[in-house]
Design a protein. Structure first.
Length: 268
């Protein structure tokens, strides 16, 4: 950041640090050694960043959508109704938890009950997928047209991937080791969410949460800059007004704004 003369930054931690027993210690250490204030990402902040990463202006405002971000420890689902954020939920179901059998049937039921309610009340037309997992899945299925991944295509690639071990996935699909492990549970979660919510397609704009953070930070700084500039303008305007008022009272001429057009001196 020093090298590139970064003027502002934000740092957020997700589920791994949020649930760590030494969370406070790690945050304090980062602040002391790296001079970085790390904030624990709230579900409302995540909803805001997801919205910032893919603007509702790009969508049909007469329809409803679900932002879905599948992580290692949690899955966030954000409901967009008529272009506005209507609800946001975080579920303790993630790729790592599924991989190690750490997701209870009760938690799965909570997720499916929520999605069933969303389906009956709002009938979402599509999912907007965010994160590395869905981006990679879209790439593997060869999504190009409008960045739309059908659930049928996702089901097909899921069936192929789950029959292979991690090493075979790495060699057959050119996956990194960390992606090869989690891509199967990620596929499973997206299929589960889509089918339960009654959605047949996923919009994959190849964005991640960090894109929303950057966009939000940039907008916030721009608003601050504009407020500062407007404040300076108001000060200059007040100063100009006071000066003119003073000159008006001090002048004996009633037509002091008059400009003599007969003067041909171009230097005036």
């Amino acid at each position: 950041m020093r090298l590139f003369q970064v003027e502002a930054h934000v740092a957020y931690a997700s589920d791994a640090l949020r649930e760590a027993s030494n969370c406070d210690e790690v945050i304090s250490l980062l602040k002391e050694k790296a001079h970085t204030h790390v904030q624990l990402l709230t579900v409302n902040e995540e909803a805001l960043f997801l919205r910032e990463s893919y603007s509702p202006e790009r969508l049909n405002k007469t329809k409803n959508y679900l932002y879905v971000n599948v992580g290692g420890g949690t899955t966030e689902i954000v409901l967009l109704v008529n272009g506005e954020l209507a609800d946001a939920k975080r579920f303790s179901i993630g790729t790592i938890r599924l991989l190690f059998g750490l997701v209870s049937d009760k938690e799965k039921q909570v997720l499916t009950d929520y999605l069933t309610e969303i389906r009956e009340k709002y009938t979402p037309s599509a999912i907007i997928g965010a994160g590395g997992n869905i981006n990679k899945l879209a790439q593997l299925t060869g999504v190009t047209r409008d960045n739309i991944l059908s659930i049928r295509s996702l089901q097909t690639i899921y069936n192929k991937l789950r029959q292979l071990n991690s090493e075979s996935r790495m060699s057959s699909y050119e996956l990194n080791a960390d992606r090869a492990d989690v891509i199967v549970p990620a596929s499973y979660l997206y299929i589960l969410i889509a089918k339960t919510a009654g959605v047949s397609k996923i919009i994959v704009p190849t964005i991640e949460l960090v894109d929303g953070m950057i966009h939000y930070l940039a907008n916030t700084r721009k608003q601050t800059h504009d407020m500062y500039e407007n404040a300076l303008f108001d000060i200059r305007l007040d100063t100009f007004s006071d000066t003119m008022q003073s000159n008006f009272h001090e002048s004996d001429e009633t037509n002091w704004f008059f400009i003599d057009d007969d003067d041909d001196d171009d230097d005036d």
